[in-house]
Ligand binder design. Structure first.
Ligand code: C5P
Length: 275
């Protein structure tokens, strides 16, 4: 069995406060990026084995895919006798939810192949244990996510064309949240809500993350200065910044200019979300 598991971007991310458990109370609109996806290849075997085509990705019990397998085994009492191969395309430390999507995909595959089936509610419970945005990836559609991120409500999002850009470095999610209290705005950078192609863009994590990585603020401001771009935002805790293209704009022209003016070390991707 082989499935593609999508990335996501956050079109809106509001932090409502810090919670007793150390997490932050969120209200975030996430939308899958179906054409940017990792691939999970699962085959019958004598015993469980996990591999990944990308060097540097841990393949031990620390990988979220392996954690998903162990959690599912414990919940059902069924041992996973399969090899799992992960082909990575979604960059790491990017705010694109790659690891979470891999974990959610693994839960769905196990539930499709296994003898005992868990309900969607049970599966969501397991997903929430794996990470705050894992339950979202079980849905496969745009959602408002609240609480820690695990309270999901399906949403309708207009179709938009986006360009994603990520520098060579990644951002640690706990570090981004940890810097939120007391963080300040950089002068000359736009943080306010943007009304853009029927979508309202805002991200409260920009303030702490831009303070530590001013290049990401520059990237956002670069997007906003382009005539083809209707709005720009950092996704999740970064380091990806995306631009929303105006109707009919040519992504390749903007991509070329982006590489030339902001450094050709950038990872750049363009495509459509929502609809
Ligand atoms: O849930 P997940 O493991 O993805 O979260 C990673 C880290 O991000 C948490 O350990 C926490 O520091 C931070 N976080 C948070 N509030 C959330 C989600 C994540 O503070 N709602």
């Amino acid at each position: 069995m082989k499935i593609g598991v999508p990335a996501k971007i956050n079109l809106s991310l509001r932090i409502l406060g810090r919670r007793e458990d150390g997490f932050h109370e969120l209200e975030t609109l996430m939308v899958p990026v179906p054409d940017l996806h990792d691939v999970l290849v699962v085959e019958e075997a004598e015993e469980f084995r996990f591999s990944c085509d990308q060097e540097g990705v841990p393949t031990d019990e620390g990988n979220l895919v392996v954690k998903a397998v162990r959690l599912y085994e414990r919940a059902t009492g069924e041992e996973c006798r399969r090899t799992v191969r992960l082909e990575k395309h979604i960059p790491h430390g990017a705010g694109l939810g790659g690891g979470s999507s891999d974990a959610a995909g693994m839960l769905m595959i196990l539930n499709a192949l296994g003898g005992k089936k868990l309900s969607m509610e049970q599966l969501s419970g397991l997903a929430g244990e794996l990470g705050s945005d894992v339950p979202f990836f079980l849905k496969g559609t745009a959602c408002w996510c609240r609480g820690r991120g695990e309270k999901i409500e399906e949403a309708k999002v207009e179709e938009i064309d986006v360009i994603l850009a990520k520098p060579g470095f990644g951002v640690s999610t706990p570090d981004a949240f940890g810097r939120w209290t007391g963080s300040k705005e950089l002068p000359g950078v736009r943080y306010e809500e943007q009304d853009c192609e029927g979508v309202k863009l805002i991200n409260d994590l920009e303030r702490p993350v831009f303070e530590k990585f001013p290049y990401l603020a520059e990237l956002k401001m670069w997007f906003l200065a382009q005539p083809e771009v209707a709005g720009a935002l950092m996704s999740g805790s970064g380091a990806t910044v995306f631009g929303v293209l105006r109707d009919g704009a040519d992504a390749t022209v903007v991509e070329e200019r982006l590489r030339k003016e902001m450094g050709d070390g950038l990872w750049v991707w363009s495509g459509r979300v929502g609809g």
